[in-house]
Design a protein around this ligand. Structure first.
Ligand SMILES: C[S@@+](CC[C@H](N)C(=O)[O-])C[C@H]1O[C@@H](n2cnc3c(N)ncnc32)[C@H](O)[C@@H]1O
Length: 184
């Protein structure tokens, strides 16, 4: 009996170790293959993000690189009549977002942003990087309809003049400092 218990306990410990190693591998892989790390927008900035989007009933909001889903959750809490969609290709943030959003009508796709059709978007939020915004810019130009409202946190689209620039931090925090609001 004791031997069986020791074997089972050993197997259990091995499983925990394997899961832990898998999580570390996924995190390393995500950081090596992405030029944008999983750094969610600060909680203190969420309200400004949602205000700046100016959502209305029927809005179709995409968070491109949706991380743990916090922007979509806040958006749907405050505007239950919108359609909220996320696109995320980091395995860890994707899994976290699936758990966090399960009780909301939010759809999150595990895929690359460039593989997602965004032609029906009325609103787009992104918190990416200079390089990713260059690629996204071409996609928005090719796919999105006139009037689509785009809010980018901390990074500006090259050559586009923002309709509004909103400062969202007056502390020393270098993240979640600015929102750049564009309209196609
Ligand atoms: C800075 S985080 C922002 C997360 C979320 N939008 C927020 O504001 O809390 C950027 C996220 O974009 C994801 N990401 C980066 N490049 C991507 C790509 N090409 N396709 C899908 N997701 C991507 C990363 O995995 C990361 O979770």
């Amino acid at each position: 009996m004791l031997t069986i218990f020791v074997i089972l306990f050993g197997l259990f410990q091995m499983c925990i170790c394997l899961i832990f190693i898998l999580i570390i591998i996924c995190l390393i892989k995500d950081n090596v293959t992405h030029d944008v790390p999983f750094i969610p927008v600060r909680k203190r900035a969420l309200q400004s993000v949602i205000d700046s989007l100016e959502l209305y009933p029927g809005s179709i909001l995409y968070d491109l690189g949706s991380g743990d889903g916090r922007v979509l959750i806040e958006a749907i809490r405050r505007n239950p009549e919108i359609v909220a969609l996320g696109v995320e290709n980091g395995i860890i943030p994707f899994l976290i977002s699936i758990i966090r959003t399960h009780k909301y009508p939010i759809s999150i796709k595990f895929r690359k942003i460039l593989k997602q059709n965004i032609s029906n978007a009325t609103h787009i939020f992104c918190y990416l990087s200079d390089k990713s915004l260059l690629e996204l810019q071409m996609k928005i130009e090719a796919e999105c309809k006139k009037g689509t409202r785009i809010v980018s946190c901390d990074f500006q689209f090259h050559g586009w003049v923002p309709k509004t620039t909103i400062s969202i931090s007056n502390s020393n925090d270098k993240l979640s400092r600015m929102l750049y609001v564009y309209e196609k």
